[in-house]
Design a protein around this ligand. Structure first.
Ligand code: FE2
Length: 432
């Protein structure tokens, strides 16, 4: 009796070459050279890279693909984006949100994404986004893991209904507690909101992921409070600070104290390089600040850092195509992560690191992991980022669920015309 699927002659992200990966009953059954058994389907990787799926740990699926409705963001700022979203919320329907989200999920799967953590705005008394994304989470579950964060976009204290809506959303089945302390009315309200939200999560045994200090204000220091509350409540390893862009502008002496506090709390960090290089620094003339937190320093301190995409074609960002390699490419540039080791780490930031932040089970390419993976038209992680490599095959539970033809331009760039025959990637049966 053979396997369901074997991928032959793969290169793995850790540099192993010539590896066969056998899948059976939705699980990786063997990862070794020269597997002799047959399979219902065989894919010849021909030395190209097989990775576990891309993971997007920070997204807004309730807003995606809404670009231009009801109008465009003229200033390009975060604040105009929030105002514009406030105009769309009352007029959109649950069905509108489901339809856009399902289209986005199809795109994401075709781009090799296996899991998404999406914030969902709960500052809407009808909780339309929550109802819509809970339905989407159910519909896409066979092929995409969707984790939802209850996100009080207008501030859990600033919006008088938000505390009640947050609890209702969690009761409905939303997975993670979110927040936005820098958008509360005062610095004190922001700090109090961090305390409140961490206590809600501790009471319910949930993870926390706050939009935190997404500004250019060097004195926006809610991440300090987030680290403090995490440690006080014993939530180490379960709390994430998303964005943290104010750290870019903070005094260096202060940061030398802050990062050890973040390490003590076991905070996870999610920069969103595409969005923040676009949104931040809008009040600067020149020199103009970059819009990303201190990735090399946070990484060197041993914190888990995963890059998120944040937005695709919505009030905050007009571009994007669910390409986590595009996200890694921008993150690499903005943080000047140019050594070979650092560039390879950027691939981890959109795969294993983000999987760890989301707490995904069975993620990876070891025997016993879920048989979820993507075959890329590249021979190593750095080349994958450089080329934003074509996803030749996306595999879920040991089944091919998406295919793309070879990109000829990539063949020209890599000088490997022997890989030009797409037919060799067609499914073959060995009769096993
Ligand atoms: Fe966000």
């Amino acid at each position: 009796m053979g396997f369901d699927l074997i991928i032959k002659n793969a290169t793995l992200p850790d540099g192993q070459v010539g590896v066969d990966i056998a899948c059976e009953n939705g699980v990786i059954a063997a990862v070794e050279r020269g597997i002799k058994a047959g399979a219902k389907e065989v894919i010849e990787a021909n030395g190209q890279l097989v990775s576990p799926p891309f993971i997007d740990p920070h997204f807004h699926m309730d807003a995606t693909l809404s670009l231009g409705t009801p109008r465009m963001n003229v200033s390009g700022t975060l604040l105009e984006g929030i105002a514009l979203w406030g105009e769309l919320k009352p007029v959109q329907t649950v069905d509108d949100i489901i339809e856009r989200a399902m289209r986005y999920c199809d795109l994401a799967v075709s781009m090799g994404i296996g899991a998404i953590r999406s914030h969902v705005d709960i500052c809407d008394d009808d909780l339309k986004g929550v109802a819509a994304l809970l339905e989407v989470r159910k519909q896409v579950a066979p092929y995409l893991e969707l984790q939802l964060v209850a996100f009080p976009q207008d501030g859990v204290f600033r919006d008088p209904a938000a505390q009640g809506n947050l609890i209702r959303a969690l009761d409905m089945g939303v997975d993670v507690v979110g927040g936005i302390p820098h958008f509360e009315r005062t610095m004190q309200d922001g700090a109090d909101s961090v305390k409140y939200l961490c206590e809600v999560a501790a009471d319910r045994g949930l993870l926390v992921d706050l939009h935190c200090d997404e500004s250019d204000d060097p004195l926006s220091r809610h991440v300090e409070t987030l680290a403090f509350e995490t440690t006080r409540l014993g939530l180490q390893g379960r709390v994430t600070g998303s964005h943290l862009t104010s750290m870019h502008s903070m005094d260096n002496y202060y940061v030398s104290k802050l990062i050890p506090l973040m390490v003590e709390a076991g905070l996870h960090v999610i920069p969103n390089p595409l969005i923040n290089i676009m949104l931040q620094g809008r009040h600067d003339s020149y020199p103009k600040r970059r819009g990303q937190t201190r990735v090399p320093e946070l990484k060197a301190a041993g914190l888990t850092v995963g890059f998120g995409s944040d937005c695709v074609m919505d009030p905050w960002y007009s571009l994007g195509k669910a390409d986590m390699l595009d996200v890694a490419h921008m993150g690499l540039h903005v943080a000047q992560l140019s050594s070979r080791a650092d560039m390879a780490w950027c691939f981890d930031a959109v795969t294993v690191n983000s999987a760890r932040i989301m707490g995904l089970e069975g993620y990876g390419l070891e025997k016993g992991c879920k048989a979820n993976m993507v075959l890329l038209q590249a021979t190593d992680p750095i080349e994958a980022i450089r080329l934003r490599a074509t996803r030749l095959a996306v595999i879920r539970s040991g089944q091919v669920i998406a295919r793309s033809p070879h990109a000829i331009s990539e063949l020209c760039l890599t000088g490997r015309p022997n890989r030009i025959d797409p037919a060799q990637y067609a499914p073959k049966s060995t009769g096993g």
